[in-house]
Design a protein. Sequence first.
Length: 474
Amino acid sequence: MSSESSASWEAAESSQSSEHALDVLNPATEEVIATVPAATAADVDAAVVRATKAQAGWAALAPGDRARLLRRFAAKVDEHLDELALSEVREAGHTVGNARWEAGNVRDLLDYAAGGVERLTGRQIPVPGGLDVTILEPLGVVGVIAPWNFPMPIAAWGTAPALAAGNAVLLKPAETTPLTALRLAELALEAGLPEGLFQVLPGHGPVAGNALVEHPGVAKIVFTGSTAVGKQVLAKGSALLKRVTLELGGKSPNIVFADADLEAAAAAAPMSFLDNSGQDCCARTRILVQRSAYDRFLDLLAPGIESVRVGDPADESTQMGPLISKAQLDRVRSYVPDEAEGIRGKAPEGPGFWFPPTVLTGVDPHARVAVEEVFGPVAVVLPFDDEADAVRLANATEYGLSGSIWTRDIGRALRVSQAVRAGNLSVNSHASVRYWTPFGGFKQSGIGRELGPDALAAFTETKNVFISTEGPAQ
């Protein structure tokens, strides 16, 4: 859930933000809704000191007590779910339905992570001459750098398991979307989490983000954002042998075979890339359709694209809101020439960062729009001839995060799932992300996995202890 600019240290800042403050804009109106102090490198230093102290006490708590506090945190989020959702609507331009889901996802992640606290077990390994056991110990202080496209849930992807495993967390939200993160930190304190354990540091990427990455007191960085910035994070973290998890860009295929239920595939296709205005690294922006079904599929797809309701994200009937910023709007426009062939929906005029739902046809498979991550409501439709051709096109990108396969042939579904180089695939569905299952990418889409039953272990060190059972030498 990232983009070429989703948590970019260069791109996503409001033009009105200054060195010492962040102006938060409502992307539907372009109005400033809040001004937030921007953290400095000195602020990060002070936060690490507080976090280190808090983490020692947190790790010493009985596992059941730590789990209970995380469940209280989840309950606090649930109590304030509508408040958090409305804040997300205002700062990120998300539709209100999506924003409620996001707040609920934070709650569910905290509950799920709390259930793992008392199950974070090591192993007993058979060895001669004694007993050998492994112990999973917390890393210490974890830095989470979250993007603007899904500010709440992606922040929780790193925060919830890190806390559950006994760590402290320093969260740096994106410059454009700090408000829900700040509110979550307040709710954590209300729930009884120790002061300093979970701190939010709004700030500019080159300042606060860089300070987190380069701080020797931060044991791990979880970064979601562009591939370009992810490489910077990895390079700087490696100087300290810092652990790094990267969830980066995507250019996911939606592969539709002629034997598929074409009506179902066409009905599902619009929101597979228009959800969150296309600002989703799992967006199925390359629609690959078998040539014999190509014309029929386009005929079925067009009404769905043209009927998408784009407008006020606070309106319950809205299906798609604005893009996050003027910079993102300009970026999306650069991929779509005025004369481009395809299907277009409608978008509001006037204030706000609006772009219509757009499907391009007759595109060269090597064109920028066909291979680069647009991170907006734009998809291309490309024909393929057979199964081998579909796999070749699906893999013809530097990314490998997600994708979908539509077919009635279960054997084909399994073969293509194994052949497509991506970390998360769906058959006859576009669902990529569940907090119960691991998530992450191949190739330039990232390093490591988040979510799922192993999420807590990713925030631990494995310690091996051998206990001799042999008597002292005579």
